[in-house]
Design a protein around this ligand. Structure first.
Ligand code: YCP
Ligand code: CO
Length: 280
């Protein structure tokens, strides 16, 4: 796994709790809803222009500016200013997920080089999981995680917990020490919380393949949702869902669904144009 823990923030519980209440009142953007199933949304706190509506990830020159909503989160801003190297920050966003997930994908396919992406969970519990390739893990509150968006990855909160994560994108091509205000804060010694999963039985996989008898245009999304979740509780790669989906649609004999499955795989892990939105 390329993703790793870079350090930890020791939040003042009371201040964080107050801030989480403020975050839950914010107006979130619908951008990237084609990447998600269930409740998943984002709010832009800092970007290149300071405009709230400037919500499509892109590279730019210069320093990041807080948006109107970003300015309201005083404790988060205090934490960012105290912990990180302001000059290298490009995007600061909140990612919220509840009874939902982000479909396994690669980031930056639509960009030239991408970013160094960091996540810091603000509210979470053990029902909230992340994955990269063959691994599933849980990010604990306050941990500063580097997420390698170039690797296939996914995230979920399948139960009722509202998982709130602070996502900070730094400019590419700098060593991890440099994202911190004080390079000594870089501390890659914390062990990640890895989730062990049971093997997938033959019967289980056969049952998944049998969805070819059930799949239709009107339940495609529900089947997609079943397939995308499997890797969080069975020992398979995050990308297994695409092979299942393509097999299932091929066995169904429905050309429209086959095309849809192929397009989906390509959009999420192959090629994506800037500002392209997947019709779902
Ligand atoms: C991004 N890409 O990298 C978006 C957000 C999923 C995919 C969510 O900013
Ligand atoms: Co991603």
């Amino acid at each position: 796994m390329n993703s790793m823990i870079l350090g930890k923030i020791n939040f003042v519980e009371e201040s964080l709790e107050k801030e989480v209440k403020e975050i839950l009142k914010l107006k979130f953007s619908q951008n990237y809803s084609d990447f998600s199933i269930g409740e998943w949304k984002t709010c832009i706190l800092w970007n290149g222009t300071g405009f709230q509506e400037d919500s499509t990830l892109k590279e730019y020159k210069g320093k990041a500016r807080p948006t109107e909503l970003g300015k309201q989160l005083k404790y988060i801003n205090y934490i960012i200013h105290n912990t990180f190297n302001h000059d290298c920050i490009r995007w600061v966003r909140i990612f919220l997920v509840r009874k939902g997930l982000i479909i396994p994908h690669k980031d930056y396919l639509e960009l030239k080089e991408g970013f160094i992406r960091v996540h810091i969970p603000l509210q979470t519990d053990l029902t909230c999981l992340h994955s990269e390739g063959d691994q599933v893990y849980h990010m604990r509150k306050g941990e500063i995680w580097f997420l390698d968006g170039n690797q296939p990855h996914s995230a979920c909160s399948l139960a009722d917990t509202t998982r709130i994560s602070l996502c900070i994108d730094f400019k590419c091509g700098i060593p991890f020490e440099e994202i911190f205000k004080d390079p000594k804060e870089f501390n890659p010694s914390i062990d990640p919380y890895i989730i062990e999963r049971p093997y997938i039985h033959k019967e289980y996989e056969t049952a998944l393949q049998s969805l070819s008898h059930i799949i239709r245009e009107d339940n495609f999304d529900e089947i997609l949702s079943i397939l995308a979740k499997v890797h969080f509780f069975k020992q398979v790669n995050a990308l297994s869902m695409y092979n299942w989906l393509i097999d299932i649609t091929q066995k169904s004999g429905n050309n429209y669904l086959i095309e849809k499955a192929l397009k989906m795989k390509s959009f999420f892990i192959g090629e994506r144009k800037f500002e392209e939105v997947l019709a779902r």
